[in-house]
Ligand binder design. Structure first.
Ligand SMILES: [Zn+2]
Length: 305
């Protein structure tokens, strides 16, 4: 029996899943990222968790490969982490190679949005599709495009930076230097900022979702604006690529139809009717398991390319 481990390397937590040969998660571990402690410390702690997962396997089985989803930008070919704004402690490190040497196992690393997209495409909301766009909405907004079964990287590896598509040229300045980016409407911090501007109260995206469900008008308006912006971005992507399945994941997407219903409505206003009629905007099926299963799938491809 061949086992792989999928690792979701996040800003605050590292989630590990031991995955069996039928793509099922059989055991999980979760530790703090604590990236400020540096690369060696992060590798030590991951190695400890991998050993613990290995110990749960029968004597004749062991882990054969690992996959890692990491915040971008990353070099998916070398597996190096580039300049990670939120994780300076492990920025600009040959993470994949270092982890592979530490564990004496093959490791593959890719951008976390792409890895989660692979999970949804192979095991979740996109299993019956040839093409799919996954949009992850949390602290930031990212996307991954799967076109006819393959991830699109673009000419210099920036395909999928759809969180920074301008959806309103007169909108707010974004930290990326551009204006009116999708992220300035839909990210968790953006929801908090817009709600605070309207109400004077600073609460989290989750809290705003709860208030919207209870009928709070300002909270509903913030989600409507966020969904409308998402619909504009989806319309442009659908018109450009003729991809018809959009899977929305990440913490903000847990709000479900509070966000997705206005997105479905607004995309009709910014695309051909024949296109919008075929576009499906659906919630992630796997949630936090998407990056773990996607990473384990990448690892398995190392064994059976
Ligand atoms: Zn931006």
């Amino acid at each position: 029996m061949t086992y792989t481990i999928g690792i979701d390397l996040g800003g605050s937590k590292i989630a590990l899943g031991l995955v069996g040969s039928h793509d099922e998660i059989v055991a999980r571990r979760r530790i703090n990222t604590d990236a400020d402690a540096g690369l060696e410390s992060v590798l030590d702690r991951i190695a400890r968790e991998v050993a613990a997962l290995n110990a749960e396997l029968p004597a004749d089985a062991s882990v054969s490969a690992l996959g890692v989803g990491a915040p971008g930008p990353v070099d998916h070919v070398s597996g190096d982490l580039l300049t990670l704004v939120n994780l300076p402690g492990i920025s600009n490190t040959p993470f994949r190679r270092a982890l592979s040497e530490r564990l004496s196992l093959p490791v593959r690393l890719n951008h976390d949005a792409k890895v989660a997209a692979l999970g949804e495409f192979h095991f979740g909301a996109g299993t019956d599709r040839d093409s799919m766009i996954y949009i992850v909405i949390g602290t930031g907004v990212g996307a991954a495009i799967i076109y006819e079964g393959a991830l699109l990287y673009g000419e210099s590896n920036s395909a999928g930076e759809s969180g920074h598509m301008t959806v309103d040229p007169k909108g707010h300045l974004c930290h990326c230097g551009s204006r009116g980016c999708l992220e300035t409407y839909t990210s968790g911090p953006a929801l908090s900022k817009h709600y605070a501007a309207a109400s004077g109260e600073i609460i989290s995206g989750d809290g705003i979702a709860r208030r919207a469900l209870n009928g709070d008008e300002m909270a509903l308006r913030v989600f409507n604006d966020a969904g409308r912006a998402l619909g504009i971005a989806i319309a442009s992507l659908a018109m450009t690529l003729n991809i018809e399945t959009f899977v929305i994941g990440g913490s903000v997407a847990k709000a479900g139809d509070l966000l997705l219903a206005p997105a479905r409505e607004s995309l009709k206003g910014y695309s051909f009717k024949a296109v919008s009629a075929r576009v499906k905007v659906i919630a992630s099926a796997l949630g936090e398991d998407a990056p773990i299963l996607g990473a384990a799938h990448m690892a398995r491809q190392l064994l059976h390319p």
